[in-house]
Design a protein. Structure first.
Length: 80
């Protein structure tokens, strides 16, 4: 299945775009998507941490992803 990934902050710079499309197997989990993204974009691994959000909620590694989901890469956030 083809999934559109939204990128924010430094993730947008790493991807070279505010959104990318990736091919995932049906019933893939968030952890599989992270592995795929880190393989395709090795600089993503260099971030201290980042999260995936599925439908505006932070995803756990075992969160399922479906073709209709909105998926985003959320880099570390700092501020004060």
């Amino acid at each position: 299945m083809q999934i559109k990934i939204l990128a924010f902050g430094i993730a947008k710079d790493i991807f070279g775009s505010a959104n990318i499309n990736v091919e995932l197997r049906n019933n893939a989990k968030a952890e599989e998507l992270k592995d795929l993204l880190e393989e395709k974009y090795p600089k993503l691994k260099q971030l201290a941490s980042y999260m995936l959000a599925i439908n505006n909620e932070y995803a756990q590694n075992d969160s399922p992803i479906s073709i209709t989901d909105e998926v985003a890469v959320i880099p570390p956030v700092s501020g004060g």
